[in-house]
Write a protein that binds this ligand. Structure first.
Ligand SMILES: Cc1cc2nc3c(=O)[nH]c(=O)nc-3n(C[C@H](O)[C@H](O)[C@H](O)COP(=O)(O)OP(=O)(O)OC[C@H]3O[C@@H](n4cnc5c(N)ncnc54)[C@H](O)[C@@H]3O)c2cc1C
Length: 435
């Protein structure tokens, strides 16, 4: 496996590194609210963001996750991993570089299944960073298991009528359209009951019951919508893909998103580790620097090792996507998703602790990181679901032992090899006796 990049791309990464630290981190400080990077009403922030986006475009680093047909660079996932690691340090990074979720996945679905009119109206502005979108799959009564979804649509003349509720539809209040997963074929097997619809956000009948605040948002500034579809009418071509293909499309869009989140968390962990190192050599206790105490050394060493293992896991997932047949990376992506929240939790916890009381305040980036951890372990499917998938993929190829003890049982194996080598050992014994 080769995770190295050529000198020319390294220059791009160096540019990104300086740009993110100098200019994108500035956006985090100037406009720090949880979802401000999506706030279409904040004209000051949008204007400044546009200027930074123009610099990114000039460097040819805009929306790099896109394939060349969609105007991307086709860099592949290893390069994307290295880029995301840099921009993941910040909240604004993904918007400034044109690769924020859920717009990335929505753009891919729209590109594959949208009509020419839908693409002109929504895809191009989305790719240009002029509008935002929402993905509505989770429902109030069910999330991790899409088979429990009940929001449904039926045909009336040349329209689909949608009725039901969706929950935690991030960023609806800033969106121009929603991609929603809705039951259209209840008679089909569970994974073929749903379809995807593209619905303009201002369609009559969509009710934003409330914008729920995550624990990392200000409580009066929620941006995850609880939506009600009250007999919402859309034309027949609002369906993306064929009837019953919703689950397939959802799987396709979530794979990329998961690994890109994981790549960004590498950058967050590195930032927390950097903070630990600075703190360890800056703060004194018992006549010595924090870093001279063994407990602190242990915390630093564990964090650095866990981060390196996690980084390599993510890079391996990226390399597998780039080089192996489609689907081969599934297990690596699931592992990265599970490891992401754990490693992040452990490193940020240590960083908070080393910063003492300061670490528990909103006066360092650690507060935002800490409150984002539960989000990461639940969003895009909870940890447990991915653990089950990992185990299932491994168990599928496991072979049961055909005798009483495990195949690694030492007495059984010893008896086997003794039987196999019996005559050879006897022969050696005879030869040795003669010699
Ligand atoms: C920050 C954030 C952003 C989100 N954005 C969106 C969005 O834009 N659009 C959208 O549609 N949804 C979004 N979601 C919702 C997210 O997809 C769901 O929360 C997730 O799929 C889990 O569904 P749930 O919350 O209903 O939990 P449930 O399905 O009720 O699961 C609850 C818990 O049960 C356990 N569990 C569930 N299934 C299993 C299993 N098979 N085996 C073992 N244990 C299990 C897990 O511990 C799980 O956390 C977002 C969530 C977060 C936190």
């Amino acid at each position: 496996m080769d995770f190295s990049v050529d000198a020319q791309f390294q220059q791009k990464l160096d540019w990104m590194n300086a740009f993110v630290r100098d200019e994108v981190e500035a956006m985090d400080l100037l406009f720090p609210q949880g979802s401000e990077q999506f706030n279409v009403k904040n004209r000051k922030a949008r204007t400044l963001a546009k200027r930074l986006q123009a610099k990114v475009k000039q460097q040819g680093l805009w929306a790099c996750h896109l394939t060349p047909e969609l105007g991307g660079k086709g860099y592949g996932q290893v390069k994307l991993a290295l880029m995301n690691e840099i921009l993941g340090r910040t909240s604004w990074g993904p918007v400034i570089f044109g690769c924020a979720a859920p717009d990335t996945g929505n753009a891919e679905i729209l590109a594959m299944f949208g009509t020419a009119e839908q693409k002109a109206r929504y895809l191009q502005p989305l790719l240009d960073g002029d509008i935002f979108s929402t993905y509505a799959m989770t429902e109030p009564q069910a999330g991790a298991d899409p088979k429990e979804f009940t929001c449904r649509a039926w045909r009336e003349g040349d329209e689909w009528v949608i009725e039901g509720e969706k929950w935690y539809a991030s960023n609806f209040k800033n969106s121009s359209f929603v991609i929603a997963m809705v039951v259209t074929n209840p008679e089909n097997p569970p994974h073929q009951r749903m379809s995807m619809f593209l619905i303009p956000s201002d369609t009559p009948g969509i009710v934003d019951v409330r914008d729920v605040a995550g624990m990392n948002d200000r409580v009066d500034n929620g941006h995850h919508a609880y939506l009600r579809f009250d007999r919402v009418r859309v034309p027949l071509d609002a369906m993306l893909g064929a009837p019953g293909e919703g689950f397939k499309l959802a799987q396709a869009r979530l794979g990329g998103g998961r690994i890109h989140h994981a790549m960004r968390v590498v950058g967050q962990c590195q930032r927390a580790l950097d903070m630990m190192l600075e703190r360890a050599v800056s703060r004194r206790t018992q006549g010595r620097s924090l870093g001279d105490h063994q407990f602190v050394k242990g915390m630093i060493a564990d964090s650095a090792m866990e981060l390196e293992m996690y980084r390599l896991l993510v890079l391996k997932a990226a390399w597998t996507i780039d080089t192996q047949p489609h689907g081969a990376a599934r297990i690596n992506i699931a592992m990265s998703k599970v490891a992401m929240a754990r490693v992040y939790h452990d490193i940020v916890r240590r960083a908070v602790h080393l910063h003492g009381a300061l670490g528990t305040t909103h006066e360092t980036p650690l507060a935002k990181m800490w409150m984002g951890i539960p989000m990461l372990s639940v969003a895009d499917g909870p940890t447990e679901v991915h653990q089950v998938q990992i185990a299932n993929m491994l168990l599928k190829d496991a072979v049961p032992v055909d005798r009483l003890f495990p195949s690694e049982h030492i007495p059984t194996r010893t008896a086997d090899v003794e039987a196999r080598y019996l005559s050879e050992l006897e022969e050696i014994e005879r030869e040795l006796a003669i010699a």
